[in-house]
Design a protein around this ligand. Structure first.
Ligand code: PLP
Length: 467
Protein backbone atom coordinates (compact mmCIF):
# COMPACT_ATOMS: atom_id res chain seq x y z
CA UNK A 1 0.00 0.00 0.00
CA UNK A 2 1.13 3.54 -0.76
CA UNK A 3 -0.01 6.53 1.28
CA UNK A 4 -0.83 10.06 0.18
CA UNK A 5 -1.25 13.30 2.12
CA UNK A 6 -4.66 14.98 2.47
CA UNK A 7 -3.03 18.19 1.26
CA UNK A 8 -1.71 16.62 -1.92
CA UNK A 9 1.82 18.01 -1.87
CA UNK A 10 3.91 15.56 0.15
CA UNK A 11 5.56 12.65 -1.63
CA UNK A 12 3.81 9.29 -1.58
CA UNK A 13 5.04 7.14 1.29
CA UNK A 14 5.25 3.51 2.33
CA UNK A 15 3.57 2.01 5.40
CA UNK A 16 6.84 2.03 7.35
CA UNK A 17 7.49 5.67 6.57
CA UNK A 18 3.97 6.64 7.60
CA UNK A 19 4.26 4.59 10.79
CA UNK A 20 7.43 6.43 11.84
CA UNK A 21 6.30 10.03 11.42
CA UNK A 22 3.54 12.36 12.47
CA UNK A 23 2.09 14.78 9.95
CA UNK A 24 3.05 14.64 6.28
CA UNK A 25 5.64 17.23 5.19
CA UNK A 26 2.91 19.47 3.71
CA UNK A 27 1.08 19.59 7.05
CA UNK A 28 -1.57 17.09 5.95
CA UNK A 29 -2.45 13.63 7.25
CA UNK A 30 -1.60 10.37 5.55
CA UNK A 31 -4.37 8.22 4.08
CA UNK A 32 -4.17 5.03 2.00
CA UNK A 33 -3.92 5.69 -1.71
CA UNK A 34 -6.66 3.18 -2.43
CA UNK A 35 -9.13 1.36 -0.23
CA UNK A 36 -9.11 -2.45 -0.18
CA UNK A 37 -12.52 -4.03 -0.81
CA UNK A 38 -14.23 -7.18 0.51
CA UNK A 39 -17.08 -8.63 -1.56
CA UNK A 40 -20.02 -10.52 -0.05
CA UNK A 41 -18.38 -13.95 -0.29
CA UNK A 42 -15.29 -12.65 1.47
CA UNK A 43 -17.43 -10.99 4.13
CA UNK A 44 -19.16 -14.31 4.79
CA UNK A 45 -15.74 -15.86 5.39
CA UNK A 46 -14.59 -13.01 7.62
CA UNK A 47 -17.75 -13.46 9.72
CA UNK A 48 -16.52 -16.84 10.93
CA UNK A 49 -13.08 -15.70 12.13
CA UNK A 50 -11.88 -15.06 15.67
CA UNK A 51 -10.62 -11.53 16.39
CA UNK A 52 -6.93 -12.03 15.63
CA UNK A 53 -7.51 -13.81 12.34
CA UNK A 54 -9.99 -11.18 11.27
CA UNK A 55 -7.45 -8.50 12.25
CA UNK A 56 -4.89 -10.12 9.98
CA UNK A 57 -7.24 -10.14 6.97
CA UNK A 58 -8.40 -6.54 7.48
CA UNK A 59 -4.94 -5.06 8.06
CA UNK A 60 -2.71 -7.07 5.71
CA UNK A 61 -3.56 -4.99 2.60
CA UNK A 62 -2.51 -1.82 4.45
CA UNK A 63 0.93 -3.04 5.53
CA UNK A 64 2.04 -5.15 2.55
CA UNK A 65 4.63 -5.28 1.09
CA UNK A 66 6.59 -3.63 3.95
CA UNK A 67 5.41 -6.36 6.32
CA UNK A 68 4.47 -9.84 5.16
CA UNK A 69 1.46 -11.69 6.56
CA UNK A 70 3.53 -14.02 8.73
CA UNK A 71 5.20 -11.07 10.46
CA UNK A 72 1.91 -9.24 10.91
CA UNK A 73 0.31 -12.36 12.34
CA UNK A 74 3.01 -12.67 15.00
CA UNK A 75 2.57 -9.05 16.09
CA UNK A 76 -1.23 -9.25 16.08
CA UNK A 77 -1.31 -12.47 18.11
CA UNK A 78 1.00 -10.99 20.73
CA UNK A 79 -0.83 -7.64 20.90
CA UNK A 80 -4.29 -9.09 21.43
CA UNK A 81 -3.12 -11.77 23.85
CA UNK A 82 -2.78 -8.86 26.31
CA UNK A 83 -6.56 -8.51 26.49
CA UNK A 84 -8.53 -9.91 29.39
CA UNK A 85 -11.42 -11.23 27.30
CA UNK A 86 -11.16 -14.25 24.98
CA UNK A 87 -13.14 -12.41 22.29
CA UNK A 88 -10.93 -9.29 22.66
CA UNK A 89 -13.88 -6.97 21.87
CA UNK A 90 -17.11 -8.76 22.93
CA UNK A 91 -20.54 -7.41 21.99
CA UNK A 92 -23.36 -7.33 24.57
CA UNK A 93 -27.03 -6.68 23.79
CA UNK A 94 -28.46 -3.83 25.83
CA UNK A 95 -32.02 -4.03 24.51
CA UNK A 96 -33.83 -4.94 21.26
CA UNK A 97 -32.15 -2.29 19.14
CA UNK A 98 -28.89 -1.31 20.88
CA UNK A 99 -25.79 -3.45 21.42
CA UNK A 100 -22.63 -2.39 23.24
CA UNK A 101 -19.20 -3.12 21.76
CA UNK A 102 -16.83 -3.46 24.71
CA UNK A 103 -13.46 -1.98 23.80
CA UNK A 104 -12.07 -1.75 27.33
CA UNK A 105 -10.59 -5.16 28.06
CA UNK A 106 -7.00 -4.11 27.31
CA UNK A 107 -4.20 -3.32 29.78
CA UNK A 108 -5.24 0.32 30.42
CA UNK A 109 -9.02 -0.16 30.18
CA UNK A 110 -9.77 2.13 27.23
CA UNK A 111 -10.21 1.49 23.51
CA UNK A 112 -6.84 3.09 22.75
CA UNK A 113 -5.20 -0.19 23.78
CA UNK A 114 -6.63 -1.84 20.65
CA UNK A 115 -4.39 0.35 18.53
CA UNK A 116 -1.46 1.04 20.84
CA UNK A 117 -0.73 -2.56 21.84
CA UNK A 118 -0.20 -3.25 18.16
CA UNK A 119 1.55 0.04 17.44
CA UNK A 120 4.24 -0.61 20.07
CA UNK A 121 4.99 -3.97 18.47
CA UNK A 122 4.98 -2.53 14.96
CA UNK A 123 7.50 0.12 16.06
CA UNK A 124 9.74 -2.48 17.61
CA UNK A 125 9.67 -4.76 14.59
CA UNK A 126 10.35 -2.03 12.04
CA UNK A 127 13.00 -0.27 14.14
CA UNK A 128 14.81 -3.54 14.85
CA UNK A 129 14.89 -4.28 11.14
CA UNK A 130 16.25 -0.80 10.39
CA UNK A 131 18.51 -0.72 13.48
CA UNK A 132 17.09 2.71 14.22
CA UNK A 133 16.10 4.40 17.47
CA UNK A 134 13.30 6.94 17.84
CA UNK A 135 11.74 9.18 20.46
CA UNK A 136 8.03 9.12 21.11
CA UNK A 137 6.70 12.39 22.42
CA UNK A 138 3.05 12.92 23.19
CA UNK A 139 0.65 14.97 25.28
CA UNK A 140 -2.27 13.36 27.02
CA UNK A 141 -5.38 14.48 28.81
CA UNK A 142 -5.82 10.94 30.04
CA UNK A 143 -6.13 7.70 28.11
CA UNK A 144 -3.62 8.05 25.26
CA UNK A 145 -0.61 8.41 27.53
CA UNK A 146 -1.13 5.24 29.53
CA UNK A 147 -2.05 3.18 26.47
CA UNK A 148 1.06 4.40 24.60
CA UNK A 149 3.30 3.69 27.59
CA UNK A 150 1.91 0.18 27.98
CA UNK A 151 2.39 -0.42 24.26
CA UNK A 152 6.04 0.75 24.20
CA UNK A 153 7.41 -0.07 27.65
CA UNK A 154 9.32 -3.11 26.44
CA UNK A 155 10.89 -1.54 23.37
CA UNK A 156 14.67 -1.34 23.07
CA UNK A 157 14.37 1.15 20.23
CA UNK A 158 11.95 3.65 21.68
CA UNK A 159 12.30 6.24 24.43
CA UNK A 160 8.87 7.50 25.33
CA UNK A 161 8.06 10.86 26.93
CA UNK A 162 4.47 11.68 27.85
CA UNK A 163 3.39 15.13 29.00
CA UNK A 164 0.30 15.52 31.15
CA UNK A 165 -1.10 18.66 32.77
CA UNK A 166 0.08 18.62 36.40
CA UNK A 167 -2.78 17.92 38.82
CA UNK A 168 -5.36 17.97 36.05
CA UNK A 169 -5.80 14.31 35.13
CA UNK A 170 -7.76 11.80 37.18
CA UNK A 171 -5.86 9.78 39.78
CA UNK A 172 -6.53 6.46 38.04
CA UNK A 173 -5.32 7.90 34.74
CA UNK A 174 -2.19 9.40 36.30
CA UNK A 175 -1.29 6.25 38.19
CA UNK A 176 -1.71 4.13 35.08
CA UNK A 177 1.06 6.20 33.50
CA UNK A 178 3.33 6.91 36.42
CA UNK A 179 3.53 3.45 37.99
CA UNK A 180 5.12 1.80 34.96
CA UNK A 181 8.69 0.87 35.92
CA UNK A 182 10.70 0.82 32.68
CA UNK A 183 13.91 2.68 31.91
CA UNK A 184 12.52 3.96 28.59
CA UNK A 185 9.36 5.52 30.06
CA UNK A 186 9.30 9.16 31.20
CA UNK A 187 6.28 10.99 32.56
CA UNK A 188 6.44 14.77 32.64
CA UNK A 189 3.83 16.73 34.58
CA UNK A 190 3.71 20.20 33.02
CA UNK A 191 2.63 23.11 35.18
CA UNK A 192 -0.07 24.15 32.74
CA UNK A 193 -3.18 22.78 31.04
CA UNK A 194 -3.61 20.23 28.26
CA UNK A 195 -3.37 22.89 25.56
CA UNK A 196 0.00 23.99 26.98
CA UNK A 197 1.23 20.38 26.80
CA UNK A 198 0.03 20.09 23.23
CA UNK A 199 1.70 23.35 22.19
CA UNK A 200 5.03 22.17 23.58
CA UNK A 201 4.73 18.87 21.71
CA UNK A 202 3.77 20.63 18.51
CA UNK A 203 6.74 22.98 18.72
CA UNK A 204 9.09 20.03 19.32
CA UNK A 205 7.81 18.25 16.19
CA UNK A 206 8.28 21.46 14.22
CA UNK A 207 11.95 21.79 15.13
CA UNK A 208 13.63 18.53 16.12
CA UNK A 209 17.15 19.94 16.36
CA UNK A 210 17.19 19.44 20.13
CA UNK A 211 17.25 15.64 19.81
CA UNK A 212 20.42 13.56 20.07
CA UNK A 213 22.12 12.89 16.74
CA UNK A 214 20.18 10.53 14.46
CA UNK A 215 16.92 10.51 16.40
CA UNK A 216 13.50 11.58 15.17
CA UNK A 217 10.14 12.12 16.86
CA UNK A 218 7.26 9.72 16.28
CA UNK A 219 3.61 10.53 17.00
CA UNK A 220 1.30 8.24 18.92
CA UNK A 221 -1.88 10.29 18.75
CA UNK A 222 -4.50 9.45 16.17
CA UNK A 223 -2.81 11.46 13.43
CA UNK A 224 -0.68 8.28 13.20
CA UNK A 225 -2.33 6.21 10.45
CA UNK A 226 -1.48 2.87 12.06
CA UNK A 227 -3.80 3.69 14.96
CA UNK A 228 -6.75 4.22 12.65
CA UNK A 229 -5.89 1.04 10.76
CA UNK A 230 -6.02 -1.12 13.89
CA UNK A 231 -9.39 0.35 14.84
CA UNK A 232 -11.09 -0.69 11.59
CA UNK A 233 -10.96 -4.29 12.75
CA UNK A 234 -13.50 -4.10 15.57
CA UNK A 235 -16.10 -2.51 13.31
CA UNK A 236 -15.90 -5.61 11.12
CA UNK A 237 -15.92 -7.86 14.16
CA UNK A 238 -19.04 -6.35 15.72
CA UNK A 239 -20.88 -5.60 12.48
CA UNK A 240 -20.48 -9.19 11.25
CA UNK A 241 -21.56 -10.60 14.60
CA UNK A 242 -24.71 -8.48 14.96
CA UNK A 243 -25.73 -8.02 11.33
CA UNK A 244 -23.93 -10.87 9.58
CA UNK A 245 -22.44 -10.38 6.12
CA UNK A 246 -25.76 -9.16 4.63
CA UNK A 247 -27.57 -6.91 7.10
CA UNK A 248 -26.43 -3.35 7.60
CA UNK A 249 -25.92 -2.11 11.15
CA UNK A 250 -25.35 1.41 12.48
CA UNK A 251 -22.62 2.46 14.88
CA UNK A 252 -22.76 5.13 17.56
CA UNK A 253 -19.29 6.43 18.38
CA UNK A 254 -18.34 8.69 21.31
CA UNK A 255 -15.86 10.88 19.55
CA UNK A 256 -13.42 13.71 20.14
CA UNK A 257 -10.69 13.76 17.55
CA UNK A 258 -12.81 11.92 14.92
CA UNK A 259 -10.24 9.10 14.90
CA UNK A 260 -12.36 6.23 16.08
CA UNK A 261 -15.36 7.07 13.93
CA UNK A 262 -13.15 7.63 10.89
CA UNK A 263 -12.08 3.98 11.28
CA UNK A 264 -15.79 3.05 11.12
CA UNK A 265 -16.19 5.11 7.97
CA UNK A 266 -13.28 3.20 6.41
CA UNK A 267 -14.85 -0.15 7.35
CA UNK A 268 -17.92 0.98 5.41
CA UNK A 269 -15.75 2.01 2.44
CA UNK A 270 -14.14 -1.45 2.53
CA UNK A 271 -17.49 -3.16 2.03
CA UNK A 272 -18.85 -3.77 5.54
CA UNK A 273 -22.65 -3.22 5.39
CA UNK A 274 -23.05 -0.05 7.48
CA UNK A 275 -26.19 2.05 7.60
CA UNK A 276 -25.40 5.21 9.60
CA UNK A 277 -22.41 6.30 11.65
CA UNK A 278 -23.57 8.38 14.60
CA UNK A 279 -21.18 11.07 15.83
CA UNK A 280 -21.73 11.31 19.59
CA UNK A 281 -20.16 14.37 21.27
CA UNK A 282 -20.22 15.95 24.70
CA UNK A 283 -20.63 19.73 25.12
CA UNK A 284 -17.43 20.20 23.12
CA UNK A 285 -19.54 19.70 20.04
CA UNK A 286 -17.68 21.05 17.01
CA UNK A 287 -18.54 17.91 15.00
CA UNK A 288 -22.22 18.01 15.93
CA UNK A 289 -22.39 21.69 14.95
CA UNK A 290 -20.66 20.90 11.68
CA UNK A 291 -23.22 18.27 10.70
CA UNK A 292 -26.32 20.08 11.96
CA UNK A 293 -25.48 23.72 11.08
CA UNK A 294 -22.42 23.61 8.82
CA UNK A 295 -20.64 25.39 11.67
CA UNK A 296 -17.17 23.90 12.11
CA UNK A 297 -15.75 26.55 14.40
CA UNK A 298 -13.50 26.65 17.45
CA UNK A 299 -15.14 27.37 20.79
CA UNK A 300 -13.67 27.61 24.24
CA UNK A 301 -12.95 24.21 25.78
CA UNK A 302 -15.38 23.09 28.48
CA UNK A 303 -14.40 20.51 31.10
CA UNK A 304 -16.90 17.64 31.09
CA UNK A 305 -17.60 14.29 32.75
CA UNK A 306 -16.01 12.70 29.67
CA UNK A 307 -12.52 14.28 29.63
CA UNK A 308 -11.14 12.12 26.82
CA UNK A 309 -13.58 13.80 24.45
CA UNK A 310 -12.82 17.36 25.60
CA UNK A 311 -11.36 18.78 22.40
CA UNK A 312 -11.72 22.05 20.56
CA UNK A 313 -10.80 20.79 17.09
CA UNK A 314 -11.04 17.26 15.63
CA UNK A 315 -7.77 16.68 13.83
CA UNK A 316 -8.88 13.57 11.92
CA UNK A 317 -11.80 15.41 10.36
CA UNK A 318 -9.35 16.49 7.69
CA UNK A 319 -9.16 12.85 6.55
CA UNK A 320 -12.90 12.85 5.88
CA UNK A 321 -12.74 16.24 4.16
CA UNK A 322 -10.29 14.76 1.71
CA UNK A 323 -12.91 12.19 0.62
CA UNK A 324 -15.84 14.62 0.74
CA UNK A 325 -13.90 16.76 -1.76
CA UNK A 326 -13.10 13.87 -4.14
CA UNK A 327 -9.60 13.43 -2.71
CA UNK A 328 -8.56 16.80 -4.01
CA UNK A 329 -5.62 18.13 -1.97
CA UNK A 330 -6.09 21.66 -3.30
CA UNK A 331 -9.60 21.85 -1.84
CA UNK A 332 -8.37 20.55 1.51
CA UNK A 333 -5.55 23.10 1.56
CA UNK A 334 -8.05 25.89 0.91
CA UNK A 335 -10.37 24.67 3.65
CA UNK A 336 -7.57 24.34 6.18
CA UNK A 337 -6.29 27.80 5.24
CA UNK A 338 -9.82 29.12 5.88
CA UNK A 339 -9.78 27.30 9.23
CA UNK A 340 -6.71 29.20 10.47
CA UNK A 341 -9.25 31.93 11.23
CA UNK A 342 -11.07 29.52 13.52
CA UNK A 343 -13.93 28.28 11.36
CA UNK A 344 -14.71 26.61 8.06
CA UNK A 345 -17.86 25.88 6.06
CA UNK A 346 -18.48 22.90 3.80
CA UNK A 347 -19.84 23.28 0.28
CA UNK A 348 -23.50 22.26 -0.20
CA UNK A 349 -22.37 19.13 -1.95
CA UNK A 350 -19.83 18.09 0.70
CA UNK A 351 -22.35 18.69 3.48
CA UNK A 352 -24.96 16.64 1.64
CA UNK A 353 -22.51 13.79 1.28
CA UNK A 354 -21.54 13.93 4.95
CA UNK A 355 -25.20 13.74 5.91
CA UNK A 356 -25.72 10.59 3.83
CA UNK A 357 -23.11 8.87 5.98
CA UNK A 358 -23.34 10.43 9.41
CA UNK A 359 -25.89 11.47 12.02
CA UNK A 360 -24.95 13.38 15.16
CA UNK A 361 -26.05 13.93 18.74
CA UNK A 362 -24.64 15.92 21.62
CA UNK A 363 -24.99 14.98 25.29
CA UNK A 364 -24.26 17.42 28.11
CA UNK A 365 -23.13 16.22 31.55
CA UNK A 366 -26.71 15.98 32.83
CA UNK A 367 -27.75 13.76 29.91
CA UNK A 368 -24.60 11.68 30.29
CA UNK A 369 -25.25 11.07 33.98
CA UNK A 370 -28.94 10.36 33.36
CA UNK A 371 -27.98 7.74 30.74
CA UNK A 372 -25.49 6.07 33.08
CA UNK A 373 -28.09 5.92 35.79
CA UNK A 374 -30.99 4.75 33.56
CA UNK A 375 -28.96 2.00 31.91
CA UNK A 376 -27.70 0.81 35.27
CA UNK A 377 -31.20 0.73 36.72
CA UNK A 378 -32.94 -0.81 33.71
CA UNK A 379 -30.30 -3.10 32.25
CA UNK A 380 -28.01 -3.58 35.27
CA UNK A 381 -25.10 -2.45 33.05
CA UNK A 382 -22.63 0.17 34.22
CA UNK A 383 -21.38 2.47 31.45
CA UNK A 384 -18.43 4.82 31.76
CA UNK A 385 -19.30 8.47 30.91
CA UNK A 386 -17.83 8.31 27.37
CA UNK A 387 -19.70 5.13 26.51
CA UNK A 388 -22.89 6.63 27.97
CA UNK A 389 -22.72 9.40 25.38
CA UNK A 390 -22.65 6.76 22.66
CA UNK A 391 -25.72 5.03 24.09
CA UNK A 392 -27.50 8.36 24.56
CA UNK A 393 -26.90 9.24 20.91
CA UNK A 394 -27.99 5.78 19.71
CA UNK A 395 -31.28 6.05 21.57
CA UNK A 396 -31.93 9.62 20.50
CA UNK A 397 -31.35 8.79 16.83
CA UNK A 398 -33.42 5.58 17.01
CA UNK A 399 -36.33 7.59 18.33
CA UNK A 400 -36.27 9.84 15.29
CA UNK A 401 -35.47 7.12 12.81
CA UNK A 402 -36.14 3.50 13.91
CA UNK A 403 -34.96 2.15 10.57
CA UNK A 404 -31.31 2.68 11.52
CA UNK A 405 -31.53 -0.30 13.94
CA UNK A 406 -29.67 -2.26 15.04
CA UNK A 407 -27.21 0.26 16.50
CA UNK A 408 -23.90 -0.84 17.98
CA UNK A 409 -22.72 1.69 20.57
CA UNK A 410 -18.98 1.70 21.22
CA UNK A 411 -18.02 1.38 24.89
CA UNK A 412 -14.67 3.13 24.89
CA UNK A 413 -13.61 2.88 28.54
CA UNK A 414 -14.16 0.81 31.68
CA UNK A 415 -16.27 2.59 34.33
CA UNK A 416 -13.60 1.99 36.99
CA UNK A 417 -11.46 4.58 35.21
CA UNK A 418 -14.01 7.26 36.04
CA UNK A 419 -15.38 6.62 39.55
CA UNK A 420 -16.12 10.32 40.11
CA UNK A 421 -18.44 10.37 37.09
CA UNK A 422 -20.23 7.28 38.42
CA UNK A 423 -20.87 9.17 41.66
CA UNK A 424 -21.86 12.34 39.79
CA UNK A 425 -24.47 10.24 37.99
CA UNK A 426 -26.05 9.63 41.38
CA UNK A 427 -25.02 5.98 41.52
CA UNK A 428 -23.95 4.91 44.99
CA UNK A 429 -21.63 2.17 43.77
CA UNK A 430 -17.86 1.78 43.58
CA UNK A 431 -16.85 0.42 40.17
CA UNK A 432 -14.02 -2.04 40.85
CA UNK A 433 -10.76 -2.19 38.95
CA UNK A 434 -10.09 -5.53 37.21
CA UNK A 435 -7.75 -7.85 39.11
CA UNK A 436 -4.62 -6.99 37.10
CA UNK A 437 -4.92 -3.41 38.36
CA UNK A 438 -6.30 -4.04 41.82
CA UNK A 439 -3.07 -2.81 43.46
CA UNK A 440 -2.83 0.36 41.33
CA UNK A 441 -3.13 2.63 44.36
CA UNK A 442 -0.33 0.84 46.19
CA UNK A 443 2.22 1.08 43.37
CA UNK A 444 5.14 3.49 43.39
CA UNK A 445 4.71 6.56 41.16
CA UNK A 446 7.47 8.18 39.10
CA UNK A 447 7.14 11.50 37.31
CA UNK A 448 8.95 14.78 36.89
CA UNK A 449 7.25 18.13 37.33
CA UNK A 450 8.48 20.75 34.85
CA UNK A 451 7.45 24.37 34.31
CA UNK A 452 5.29 25.22 31.29
CA UNK A 453 8.37 25.88 29.20
CA UNK A 454 9.34 24.18 25.94
CA UNK A 455 13.09 24.62 26.42
CA UNK A 456 13.06 22.79 29.74
CA UNK A 457 11.07 19.94 28.25
CA UNK A 458 13.49 19.66 25.33
CA UNK A 459 16.46 19.63 27.68
CA UNK A 460 14.82 16.88 29.75
CA UNK A 461 14.16 14.77 26.66
CA UNK A 462 17.72 15.19 25.39
CA UNK A 463 19.16 14.24 28.78
CA UNK A 464 17.02 11.13 29.16
CA UNK A 465 17.31 9.44 25.78
CA UNK A 466 19.21 6.18 26.12
CA UNK A 467 22.47 5.91 24.22
C1 PLP B 1 -9.82 8.93 23.13
C2 PLP B 1 -11.17 8.56 23.66
C3 PLP B 1 -12.36 8.88 22.97
C4 PLP B 1 -12.34 9.70 21.68
O1 PLP B 1 -11.73 9.04 20.62
P1 PLP B 1 -11.39 9.82 19.26
O2 PLP B 1 -10.63 8.86 18.44
O3 PLP B 1 -10.60 11.01 19.67
O4 PLP B 1 -12.67 10.19 18.65
C5 PLP B 1 -13.56 8.44 23.48
N1 PLP B 1 -13.61 7.76 24.64
C6 PLP B 1 -12.50 7.42 25.35
C7 PLP B 1 -12.64 6.68 26.62
C8 PLP B 1 -11.25 7.82 24.87
O5 PLP B 1 -10.14 7.50 25.59
Amino acid sequence: MRYVSTRGQAAESSFEEVLLTGLASDGGLFVPKNIPQFDSDELAELATLPYTELALEVMAPFVEPDLDRGTLKGLVDEAYAQFAHAEVTPVTLLDDSVAVLELFHGPTLAFKDLALQLLGRLFDHVLHKRQQKVVILGATSGDTGSAAIEGCRHSDFVDIFILHPHQRVSEVQRRQMTTVDSTNVHNIAVEGNFDDCQSIVKACFGDQGFLPEGRQLVAVNSINWARIMAQIVYYFYAGLRIGGPQTAVSFSVPTGNFGDIFAGYLARCMGLPVNKLIIATNQNDILHRMLSDNDYSKRKLQASLSPSMDIMVSSNFERLLFDLYDRNGVSVRELMAEFTNGSLHLSEDALWRARQLFLSSRADDRQTGATMSAVYQQQAYLLDPHSAIGVFAARQQLQENPSIAPVIALATAHPAKFPDAVHAAGLAIEPTLPTHMADLFARQERFTVLPNNGDEVQQFVRDHCRG
